[in-house]
Design a protein around this ligand. Structure first.
Ligand SMILES: [Cu+2]
Length: 119
């Protein structure tokens, strides 16, 4: 109980700081229900290799390699995605609007194949 009483002002301060930060984000508030996930392309691998997402979520593919170019694409029944050639440090985004399981292919590194599981 004593620890709780000691920490209480700190917790309150942290909560206020968090809420202030949320308010400062402004336009991002409308998107709080959807999620943006970072997917790293590095060392000829994706991290993570399986993503569990909801319809409306967005993924940002980040080329974290020093010299390798990646070319992510999806060929699905109801949509297609092509990030084009992604130089090191470049990003590409994709918003998942359809439910299902989708495999991202890298046109340059055939073994790079993460799967998106969209509910
Ligand atoms: Cu690649």
């Amino acid at each position: 109980m004593a620890i709780y009483n000691l920490c209480r002002p700190l917790l309150l301060g942290a909560a206020i700081a968090f809420l202030t930060a949320l308010l400062a984000l402004g336009p991002v508030k409308a998107d709080l229900l959807s999620v943006v996930r970072i997917v790293l392309q590095k060392g000829r691998h994706y991290d993570p290799t399986d993503l569990f997402l909801r319809k409306g979520d967005t993924i940002t593919l980040v080329n974290g390699d020093d010299s390798a170019v990646h070319h992510a694409s999806i060929e699905a029944d109801r949509f297609a995605f092509d990030a084009g050639g992604q130089e090191p440090g470049k990003q590409a985004t994709l918003t998942l609007k359809e439910p299902g399981d989708f495999v991202i292919a890298c046109g340059i590194h055939p073994k790079m194949k993460p799967t998106l599981h969209v509910q």
